[in-house]
Design a protein around this ligand. Structure first.
Ligand code: PYC
Length: 303
């Protein structure tokens, strides 16, 4: 398989651009099911050590069912498959541009959860319009480490629990503590029957000259997002719109824990919120995945 690596605001995306299994066409959702059921070794070989790491997000290009789309995309990580991935979509667009398959201008990509629009500004700068995003529950309370933590449950292409008041320092030196704390929150949500919530997002004030907010995002497989998280920023903006704190035409600058920034905004149509995210990605490797039958770890070290 041929893969191209990039990072978007520090978060890696490894795009399978050729040599993957034939998934039989049809909807991207159906192709995801075939990949999961019959060829999960692709995900495992690409994402797990020794080739990959828990931070890596994979994206497999597949034929789109909707012919207006430049490609279909299936995202995956160290524990499974993602509905959408914001940083990954920016990485895919920059990769397709690098390959000469798309140019500057507007394009569409088909994901398992819907069609995403992308605007390529130059070889590194891309805006995306995500699937409809919304808040499901405001101010859900869970008990974590003996105290009550409150957050909103929102969809931004993945499910998020968004927490404003947590008393934790969102800074790179505190990543171990933030990871442990957000894993506790996720376990408490699971115990309360909210198993679908696999991303936990903590917010803190940012330097206002740089951004409107800083975040820490725990991803499903236990790694934290180095980027400001496209689907997490979408979920956040859906909550801000619901609270009357963000209007179409206004910009929301979301900073990640490592200092990278996405510029967000929203399009609202008949009360439905479609977030837009603008960020930068950089291609940093082109490789061929070799599967040597003699290699006991050719499909990755499975957890
Ligand atoms: O950017 O949406 C995102 C994302 C999800 C998980 C890692 N990055």
């Amino acid at each position: 398989m041929r893969v191209i690596d990039s990072h978007t605001g520090g978060e890696p995306t490894r795009v399978v651009v050729g040599g993957g299994p034939d998934l039989g066409g049809g909807s991207v959702k159906r192709q995801l099911e075939v990949l999961r059921e019959k060829h999960d070794w692709v995900r495992s070989a690409i994402i797990h050590e020794p080739r990959g790491s828990e931070v890596m997000v994979g994206a497999m290009l597949v034929p789109p069912e909707d012919q207006s789309c430049a490609a279909g995309v299936i995202f995956f990580n160290n524990v499974g498959y993602l509905g959408m991935c914001g940083h990954g979509t920016i990485g895919v667009a920059v990769t397709l541009f690098h390959l000469g398959q798309i140019g500057v201008g507007e394009h569409r990509l088909q994901t398992p959860v819907g069609i995403v629009k992308v605007w390529v500004e130059d070889r590194n700068t891309v805006s995306i319009e995500n699937v409809e995003s919304y808040r499901k529950t405001k101010d859900l309370a869970v008990e974590v480490e003996g105290k009550v933590v409150r957050g909103d449950v929102a969809w931004g292409g993945n499910w998020f629990f968004l927490v404003r008041d947590h008393g934790e320092k969102i800074e790179p030196g505190n990543v171990q503590r933030l990871t442990a704390f957000t894993k506790e929150i996720r376990a408490a949500l699971g115990a309360a029957g909210h198993d679908e919530i696999d991303h936990i997002e903590l917010f803190a004030p940012a330097d206002p000259t740089q951004a409107d907010s800083k975040n820490f995002v725990l991803c499903p497989g236990g790694a934290y997002d180095r980027s400001p998280c496209g689907t997490g920023t979408s979920a956040k903006m859906a909550c801000l719109v619901a609270d009357g704190k963000l209007k179409p035409g206004e910009t929301w600058r979301q900073e990640s824990i490592i200092g990278s920034i996405f510029e967000g905004s929203v399009r609202v149509e008949n009360g439905r919120v479609f977030p837009r995210i603008r960020g930068q990605a950089y291609v940093n490797a082109e490789s061929t995945i070799l599967i040597d039958p003699a290699d006991p770890y050719r499909f990755g070290i499975r957890p």
